[in-house]
Design a protein around this ligand. Structure first.
Ligand code: SAH
Length: 206
């Protein structure tokens, strides 16, 4: 598959139908999702993989993207049922529903009987629930051997340090800019630009 083709397919996956402020729901922009998937596949050969999990999957752009790239089994984990419905419908429409499963669960309390090869996540940045980003990192490192995670650029040092504390080696892969809906009362614009970073982490032992 060409990168442009992946972008076109991902752009058919709708964003959250009714985003909830407290869950910091926004769809991973297509350019960011496809770049993350591309780097995981062609710089690190972590994708396609046998088992992939997409944590805080929303409408599933990252996980469905991993399935489109040939991963054998993708598990979407998301608290919001409405978003998952959109994801499941998108997986069906794109012909990968046989390889994409969804579970409505809180990532912090989830366990899997087998570790995934790869976890992909664009977690809440912790604007509303402080520490959500770190809780997602901890869950991802527990559930998978490789973690690709999106964070606010200004938190990069903290994120790398947290990974090390949790026994993982982490590296910054690239920076990007996303447009987020207003998340604070003082945000008057309809959207604001936020610099983000994508990090790859792997437990020292694997
Ligand atoms: N990657 C997604 C959306 C990222 S927004 C996409 O591309 O659409 C972060 C997502 O994490 C939201 O959908 C939110 O509902 C979900 N979320 C927040 N806290 C969660 C938790 N504790 N467990 C599972 N999902 C959670």
């Amino acid at each position: 598959m060409r990168k442009r083709e992946l972008e076109l397919l991902l752009s058919t996956i709708p964003p959250h139908p009714s985003p909830k402020l407290e869950l910091e729901q926004y769809a991973t922009p297509v350019h960011l999702a496809s770049r993350l998937l591309w780097v995981a596949a062609f710089s690190f050969h972590d994708l396609p993989a046998q088992i992939v999990t997409d944590l805080g999957a929303g409408t599933g752009r990252l996980g469905i993207g991993a399935a489109l790239m040939g991963s054998e089994y993708v598990l979407l984990v998301e608290l919001d049922r409405e978003a998952l419905k959109v994801a499941i419908e998108a997986a069906r429409r794109l012909g990968v529903d046989a390889r994409v499963d969804a579970v409505c669960a809180d990532v912090r309390f989830l366990t899997l009987s087998r570790r995934a090869r790869c976890a992909l996540q664009n977690p809440p940045f912790g604007v509303h629930g402080r520490g959500a980003d770190v809780a997602f990192l901890a869950a991802a490192l527990r559930l998978a051997e490789r973690v690709y995670s999106v964070h606010k650029a200004e938190t990069i040092r903290y994120v790398l340090e947290k990974c090390r504390e949790k026994g993982a080696e982490a590296a910054l892969l690239f920076e990007d800019v996303v447009r987020l809906p207003p998340t604070m009362p003082h945000h008057h614009k309809r959207e604001h630009r936020v610099r983000v970073v994508v990090v790859r982490a792997a437990p020292f032992s694997s």
